[in-house]
Design a protein around this ligand. Structure first.
Ligand code: CU
Length: 193
């Protein structure tokens, strides 16, 4: 690479870095034990589409629990559901945004898959074990995060711009707000049951 090319590349790199930042902050879900497992994501951006990831996401069923309890994925992502228990498990969803899919039942060590095509907060249930519940939130953009136990989140590398940012939580009502990203940007959300 010539010196000029290298400098151009470095310059471009610096310019690109300067035009994005993270969205970080806290979700407070009033009236619930903690604000873990809220999903914060940038809503669909007009005129922008994102390629579906080739890699599958994985959700385990172990000791009669969906692990993780809440997962966020980009639209087009295939999620593999592994059964790690010595009993049969099933996965189905009552939600229309994921075609009310039902994957049947399967034994330990095997997995079945479903591809989440569009924005959706899907409840996952198991017909064999009514106490089992998990969630997959499908974001239309690759800019999303799941909150930690203290409600904090960081969505990395969001290009500078004006967005609608949405928040979803298993027990609180969903909400959204306008957020203008210019480098590292703070955003806080207060939601309630
Ligand atoms: Cu089950």
């Amino acid at each position: 690479m010539s010196k000029t090319l290298l400098l151009t590349a470095l310059g471009l790199g610096a310019a690109l870095c300067a035009q994005a930042g993270d969205i970080h902050g806290k979700v407070t879900c009033k009236g619930v034990r903690d604000s873990a497992d809220a999903v914060v994501y940038v809503a669909a951006i007009p005129g922008k589409t994102f390629a579906a990831p080739a890699a599958h996401a994985k959700m385990d069923q172990k000791n009669l629990v969906f692990i993780p309890h809440v997962m966020a994925v980009l639209a087009g992502t295939t999620v593999d559901y592994l059964n790690s228990d010595a009993v049969l498990h099933n996965v189905f969803s009552p939600d229309a945004c994921c075609d009310k899919f039902n994957l049947g039942t399967w034994p330990q060590g095997q997995s079945k898959s479903y591809t989440f095509k569009k924005e959706c907060a899907a409840t996952l249930l198991c017909k064999v074990h009514p106490e089992m519940e998990g969630f997959v939130v499908t974001s239309p953009t690759p800019y999303f995060a799941v909150t930690k136990a203290d409600g904090s989140f960081t969505i990395p590398n969001v290009p500078d711009g004006a967005y609608t940012v949405k928040v979803w939580h298993p027990k609180c009502k969903p909400s959204q707000k306008a957020v203008t990203v210019a480098g590292a940007t703070a955003a806080a959300f207060e939601i309630a049951k």
